[in-house]
Design a protein around this ligand. Structure first.
Ligand SMILES: [Zn+2]
Length: 54
């Protein structure tokens, strides 16, 4: 299952969530720290993981 990294603009924290594509599309992701929906998805973690193959 893919996991996504998010950055909360309200409390300046990053967090990870495991979401199916359907879930990701269906609901807004809320910050687990402050509950804000002012979150930004970060793809850097995802590409860092996939590029770790050596
Ligand atoms: Zn937050």
């Amino acid at each position: 299952m893919p996991h996504y990294e998010f950055f909360c603009k309200a409390c300046n924290k990053t967090f990870e969530k495991v979401l199916t594509l359907a879930e990701h599309d269906a609901e807004k992701t809320a910050c687990p720290c402050c509950g804000s929906h002012e979150v930004e998805q970060s793809w850097s973690a995802f590409s860092a993981i996939t590029s770790k193959k050596s």
